[in-house]
Design a protein around this ligand. Structure first.
Ligand SMILES: NC(=O)c1ccc[n+]([C@@H]2O[C@H](COP(=O)([O-])OP(=O)(O)OC[C@H]3O[C@@H](n4cnc5c(N)ncnc54)[C@H](O)[C@@H]3O)[C@@H](O)[C@H]2O)c1
Length: 352
């Protein structure tokens, strides 16, 4: 199988922490070109990754047009996901793109249309689908041992928004760039993960969102600017299969790093997925008759250990396991996010 040459757009935190290390680890991928609108970052990353100057771009259109780029990897802020992914698809190049996939449902539907029309492959980076504990939980639920699922409760908590951290007004606090705050940043992962592990769809939602710190220091030191996105959300959801789900999402959860907890209560037992109870570690607890009615940590079989960027390579090479999020899952996620925002704005349940 030929090695696929990847062009990466947006060389910030997630690119350097997850995407490019994953590309470098994969025997099926090679980093061929890079793009960032920040020329200083572009030069620094280009040198770090050994990309020659003629394959370092400040305009994503040039990267997509580069004949040495087979597929496009997108890790920019949210407001430009759609235009870059759409341009890749129109050029006949498959892409992966970070979450939230787009700014709203209308953009998502348009991106899906262009992607399908172009016949290219897409992967939306719902990274927690690649946590072994979540995959194992999914397979146990699908196996039926826990019976019908009644309740799923999911928390996704970080702490960096707290006033005492005094974080500047980065793009994540600006609606025109981020679309929403903790909801689109953290909540979209939790919402995707619950649907992923249960195999069920969302039917209606009721939500309360709020902003705790309403203005922050501007990054250039020129004063303060407003925060026009949510800092937290509490969501109730009705799902297919009779599941009643709840979500608590916040950037103001003291002492939490990247903490997730998902409780799944079924007819014949329960499962609890944890992330970051032990720093960076994903774990699974089970409680049923076989554990004597006690919650016990279970070992995660190796077959559930998967690398996100290798999964992208496998998808491109026709060896995917069908568990990656595609543009169609991205559309469902955007419908859900828009429904939650509407529910909060109008203080009512919203049918999706
Ligand atoms: N899957 C996950 O777990 C996860 C984690 C963190 C971030 N993300 C997502 O990844 C994306 C990036 O987040 P981040 O934390 O890396 O942000 P970041 O601010 O650290 O990096 C973004 C980079 O994109 C560059 N950029 C901005 N506009 C561009 C454009 N038009 N063309 C090329 N480059 C451009 C910026 O200069 C910056 O270098 C966001 O969509 C975010 O939601 C996902």
């Amino acid at each position: 199988m030929a090695i696929l040459r990847v062009g990466s757009v947006g060389l910030g935190g997630i690119s350097g922490g997850v995407h490019i290390p994953g590309i470098e680890r994969s025997p099926d991928l090679a980093l061929a070109a890079v793009c960032d609108i920040d020329p200083v970052r572009l030069k620094e990353r280009g040198e770090r990754y050994g990309i020659p100057e003629n394959r370092r771009f400040t305009d994503y259109r040039d990267l997509i047009a580069c004949p040495d780029v087979d597929v496009v990897d997108i890790s920019t802020p949210n407001n430009v996901h759609r235009e870059i992914a759409e341009a890749a698809a129109r050029a006949g190049k498959s892409y992966d793109v970070e979450k939230p996939m787009t700014m709203d449902t209308a953009e998502a539907v348009e991106l899906a249309r262009v992607t399908h029309e172009a016949g290219v492959k897409s992967m939306i980076c719902f990274s927690y689908r690649y946590k072994a504990a979540a995959r194992y939980l999914r397979s146990l639920v699908a196996g039926g041992r826990f019976g019908r699922i009644h309740h799923v409760n999911m928390q996704y908590y970080q702490a960096w928004g707290l006033a005492e951290k005094d974080c500047v007004r980065v793009w994540r606090f600006v609606k025109s760039v981020a679309a929403s705050g903790a909801l689109g940043d953290l909540g979209c992962h939790g919402l995707d993960l619950v649907s992923f592990v249960t195999g069920e769809k969302y039917e209606s939602v009721s939500a309360h969102l709020g902003t705790i710190v309403t203005e922050r220091r501007l990054p250039d030191g020129s004063g303060r600017g407003p925060v026009d996105v949510d800092d937290f959300s509490n969501i109730l959801a009705e799902m297919s299969g009779g599941i009643s789900a709840s979500f608590q999402i916040s950037r103001f959860a003291y002492g939490r790093g990247n903490y997730q907890r998902m409780e799944v209560y079924g007819e014949h037992g329960a499962l609890v997925y944890h992330l970051d109870r032990v720093p960076g570690v994903d774990e699974l607890e089970i409680c049923d008759a076989s554990t004597g009615g006690k919650y016990v940590n279970v070992p995660i079989p190796d077959e559930f250990r998967v690398d996100q960027m290798q999964a992208f390579a496998d998808l491109l090479n026709g060896r995917g396991d069908g568990l990656d999020a595609t543009v169609d899952d991205g559309v469902m996620n955007e419908i859900l996010l828009d429904g939650i925002l509407l529910s909060d704005a109008e203080k009512r349940w919203v049918t999706l």
